[in-house]
Design a protein around this ligand. Structure first.
Ligand code: SAM
Length: 214
């Protein structure tokens, strides 16, 4: 197998993205210790395939994940952060949360929270996080992510945010929408490290990695 490690625990194996793990929850292929990660089903997977330069999620990281859905991307982050890491996975849809629960039970380092990311005060019991990851496809999602960072991000911590430009402004150019969201982050005290266009994996989606200046 031609394997090249891109980040600790994340490799490209014969041209395909993979993490080091032996389990499978969504029908993904597992071979020789590699668990293959379909970038068409995961914006973080797509960002990695599009050449993400820095992956703030590492072994031992704590991650607040907003919009976990049924846990697809969460499960790969769980493999990366490993037994020393933790993910608080927030999801407000009853149906998705029901599907997330059995996955979280098996993964051990995922704490599912049935909650609304727009109301971080409702899960104020969680500790400070290394990374806030936001994928809620909400028109106000950058504002929601910033509020969650104010409440839970450690000093100099990272924000990773998937931008669905269509849910913010259908009339503007996707690149313009993404830059406007990046500007909001700069104004809120973040350095914007990367703005990636996720095509062809996700149309009209961008991915931003930012770091808190405070
Ligand atoms: C695009 S999907 C997330 C996909 C997931 N991140 C993945 O890669 O596996 C967006 C999810 O965010 C959830 N969501 C939207 N607004 C939310 C909110 N305010 N609080 C919590 N979850 C929310 C939706 O129910 C949906 O499951």
């Amino acid at each position: 197998m031609g394997a090249q490690e891109k980040f600790p625990g994340v490799s490209i194996v014969n041209g395909r993205l993979a993490v080091n793990a032996n389990h499978s929850f969504f029908g993904e292929i597992v071979e020789k210790g590699y668990r293959f990660w379909d970038p068409n089903r995961s914006k973080l997977g797509a960002a990695l395939m599009k050449g993400l330069k820095e992956l703030p999620i590492k072994f031992g990281s704590s991650v607040l994940y907003l919009g976990a859905a049924h846990g697809f991307t969460t499960s790969f982050i769980s493999d990366i952060v490993g037994s020393a890491g933790i993910i608080y996975a927030v999801e407000f849809s009853e149906r998705c949360f029901k599907e997330l629960l059995p996955i979280a039970e098996k993964l051990k380092n995922v704490v599912p929270i049935k909650g609304d990311a727009r109301m971080p005060e409702t899960y104020s019991w969680i500790e400070k996080m290394d990374v806030v990851y936001c994928d809620i496809a909400d028109p106000q999602q950058t504002e929601v992510a910033i509020r969650n960072c104010s409440a839970f991000l450690k000093p100099k911590g990272y924000l990773m945010i998937a931008i669905k430009t269509q849910s913010i402004d259908v009339t503007a150019q996707p690149a313009t929408v993404a830059q406007a969201e990046a500007d909001k982050l700069r104004k809120a005290g973040f350095d914007v490290l990367e703005v990636l266009n996720l095509e062809p994996f996700e149309e009209k989606h961008y991915f931003i990695v930012a770091r808190s200046r405070a």
